[in-house]
Design a protein around this ligand. Structure first.
Ligand code: F6P
Length: 520
């Protein structure tokens, strides 16, 4: 029997409740928790027995996770549908190819020098970062995350969406003379970024030459767009957009927070690269995170995973992970062209404690529950110790409540103690009962600094890669975004000039509605 079938058999046999797993093993939390640098990860509230863990580890071995991991760091063309290497680890020095590392080091020296020059000149008051998807979500996450360690020296704004509100809000109250615009697009063909770039180029007017810079892997595209060649910072086709925040894509962060903070991010990510490369499978955080996800998704049928950072400055982490995980592993074709098993669960979430007052009702008592990644930070960066204690208490309480639940017997006893009548207890008790036995992982950061943030992001990047190996899919392409872009191009032409092509009746009616509105 192969390991997948063995796991299926274990799942089909049924599992003891989580509470019993703890009761029968005093060492469970210690055994199933790992500390790597400033990151502690506790997997003990997952519905996993030692036998299941062993079978998951055998599955990882069978799927050659160790071999593929070596291929990643060696720059093998893992993105086989685009015939590209996948070398984002090189952006933090974790690659053996000296020529690649030289390219990276030269660009880092250039972005550092530029950021220092901008800081010394004091000409700019604001930076507007224009980009979308991988050219936006990572930098936005960092812009919030870095705030835990200091205020930005420049007013850092972002414009991503093609909704005019995005660029309007970003430019509101700014002066073109004192605003530096950074247009970030790997392809430099992305509709949203080009339209926002055009709007900002017009807004900058006479200052566009000096005050508009580009970060791209398509230098010619940026030059054609009107960016001065000397104002273009390169990155390379071997960096996937959603893995690119470590490159010059993070220039806006260097400008606003200084290059030292950005370097600390890279050092933190490099420490996770080393851990991922060196640690045995059973002690390897990215491997463990991926295996737990696969167990929940493919064997226990939890088809969604909520990510709940109990840290306001990580509130963009769920959106960042949505792209990282779902654009990477939201696939259904294997490396050999066959239909895959179920791949990425739906990833979603919001900051705790806000989320508790929004959707936690369903997590605790709904018919469709989810596995949860809780993320907490031990050190209070806000000098509000009472707030911080309450924040941590809520985080730890939620995972405990999801796991332990509350039996109807306990509920009934509590209601009786309050003097409620037997009839009222019968009516109310089922509503106040919590089934429990709902799985979660808790990740605790020692502090929220750039180093730890770098390690955390790299942890999830590698987790995504391990998932793709086991599901046997290519994590590094994203063909699924193309069809919508093509059709939007056709429909845009129709909205602009009249002649409507053949569509289904729904799409035709929607186009007609918009055209009628535009002409009324
Ligand atoms: O549409 C998806 C996507 O291609 C992402 O993969 C990418 O991060 C984003 O668009 C932006 O692309 P670019 O950096 O080329 O503008």
């Amino acid at each position: 029997m192969n390991n997948w079938a063995k796991l299926q058999k274990l799942a089909d046999a049924g599992l003891p409740p989580l509470g019993d797993m703890f009761a029968s093993d005093a060492n469970r939390a210690a055994r199933m928790s790992h500390q790597v640098g400033g990151i502690y990860a506790d997997f003990s509230k997952q519905r996993i027995t030692p036998e299941i863990m062993q079978a998951l580890l055998y599955l990882a071995q069978e799927k050659n996770v160790e071999g593929k991991r070596a291929d990643l760091f060696a720059g093998k063309p893992l993105n086989f549908t685009e015939k590209r290497a996948v070398l984002h680890p090189a952006l933090r020095g974790s690659c053996t190819d000296k020529s690649i590392q030289k390219l990276v080091a030269d660009m880092q020296a250039r972005t550092r020098a530029f950021a220092e020059e901008v800081c010394a000149e004091g000409k700019y008051k604001a930076v507007v970062h224009i980009g979308i998807g991988g050219s936006d979500l990572g930098p936005r996450l960092l812009a919030d995350g870095f705030r835990a360690n200091g205020q930005p020296a420049l007013d850092l704004r972002f414009a991503n969406n093609v909704d005019g509100a995005s660029i309007n809000d970003a430019l509101m109250g700014l002066n073109p003379r004192t605003t530096l615009v950074v247009i970030v697009s790997k392809s430099f063909t992305t509709q949203e970024t080009r339209m926002n770039g055009e709007a900002v180029r017009a807004w900058l007017g006479q200052f566009a030459g000096d005050n508009m810079i580009a970060v791209t892997a398509n230098k010619d595209g940026a030059v054609d767009f009107g960016v001065e060649p000397a104002q273009i910072f390169a990155f390379w086709d071997w960096v996937g957009g959603r893995f690119s925040l470590w490159s010059a894509v993070g220039l806006s962060l260097q400008l606003a927070y200084g290059p030292d903070m950005f370097d600390a991010l890279l050092v933190g990510a490099a420490s996770m690269d080393r851990h991922f490369q060196d640690a045995s499978l059973e002690n390897n955080l990215p491997v463990m995170l991926a295996l737990v996800d696969i167990w929940n998704n493919n064997f226990l049928q939890y088809k969604t995973r909520a990510v709940i950072p109990y840290a306001r400055r990580l509130r963009k982490f769920p959106s960042f992970l949505q792209q990282l995980e779902m654009e990477s592993n939201g696939k259904s074709v294997t490396t050999s062209g066959d239909t895959s098993v179920d791949t990425s669960p739906v990833v979603w979430g919001d900051e705790g404690t806000n989320a508790q007052h929004a959707f936690f009702q369903q997590l605790h008592q709904g018919t469709q529950s989810a596995s949860v990644d809780f993320i907490a930070v031990l050190t209070d960066a806000e000098n509000r110790p009472a707030h911080h204690r309450a924040l941590l208490a809520n985080c730890f309480a939620q995972s405990e409540a999801l796991m332990c639940g509350k039996t109807e017997t306990v509920v009934r006893a509590e209601l009786a103690d309050r003097g409620m009548s037997a009839a009222d207890i019968d009516a109310l008790a089922p509503h106040k009962t919590f089934p429990g036995n709902r799985p979660s992982t808790t990740i605790v950061l020692n502090r929220l600094d750039a180093h730890t943030l770098g390690a955390l992001i790299a942890l999830y990047e590698h987790k995504v890669f391990v998932g793709s190996i086991i599901w046997d899919i290519n994590a590094f392409d994203q063909w699924g975004v193309e069809l919508g872009k093509e059709l939007a191009g056709t429909i845009l032409g129709e909205l602009e000039n009249g002649s409507i092509n053949q569509h289904d009746s729904s799409t035709s009616a929607l186009i007609a509605l918009a055209r009628n509105k535009a002409s009324s």
